[in-house]
Design a protein around this ligand. Structure first.
Ligand code: HEC
Length: 163
């Protein structure tokens, strides 16, 4: 191996070793395969301004969203000052069309056991592309946390959607 190749290899090893386990994309998405059949809607189809993210060149642009929640979390979701149970999964479906018919991606929050990220509600954040279920962002994602970190959201266990 040439010296340049060795240096490159060392650099790559350094880059990957530098990523914490939480920032490495997970192999599987947090979106359950059959969720659409069982998760009630908590926020109907609406235009989005907050969740503009890209799914790559040529992919449609997100314009609308819907929010659904796993049934076990519903009772606490509706309560003021609520904390959602460990394992709760909240899914924001993203659409390019104004009537919310074809999902192009998801942002997901899953409540992890205490200690996962205690200063930020122990939420696990993820962004997933619908076409191949590729996980594009995962873990304690600063970008998600920083935006949800307002009193309006944190007083409702980091949920920004009004119940
Ligand atoms: C620019 C600010 C912003 C960023 C960045 C952001 N969010 Fe949100 N998010 C919001 C707002 C505001 C809502 C409520 C939208 C509504 O009421 O329809 C929301 C709603 C959600 C919901 C529905 C549950 C809830 O909180 O009400 C999920 C799930 C979610 N976001 C996940 C994520 C994830 C995962 C990321 C990072 C990949 C992310 N968000 C990044 C502002 C943001």
């Amino acid at each position: 191996m040439s010296r340049a190749a060795t240096l490159l290899n060392l650099t790559l090893v350094g880059i990957f070793a530098g990523c914490g386990p939480d920032e490495t994309p997970a192999a599987t998405s947090l979106v359950p395969a059959n969720y659409a059949a069982t998760y009630p809607e908590v926020r109907g189809c609406r235009m989005t301004f907050e969740h503009i993210s890209s799914y790559g060149a040529g992919a449609p642009t997100i314009s609308n969203i819907r929010v659904v929640l796993d049934p076990g979390a519903m009772a606490n979701y509706r309560a003021t000052g609520r904390a959602l149970p460990v394992g709760s999964t909240v899914i924001k479906e993203e659409f390019a069309d104004p009537t919310c018919t074809t999902v192009i991606g998801w942002t997901v929050m899953r409540k992890e056991p205490a200690g996962y990220d205690p200063t930020h509600g122990d939420w696990h954040w993820q962004r997933v592309r619908a076409s191949d279920r590729a996980v594009l962002e995962d873990g304690r994602v600063d970008r998600c946390i920083n935006c949800h970190n307002t009193a309006d959201c944190t007083t409702r266990d980091w949920q920004c959607t009004q119940p």
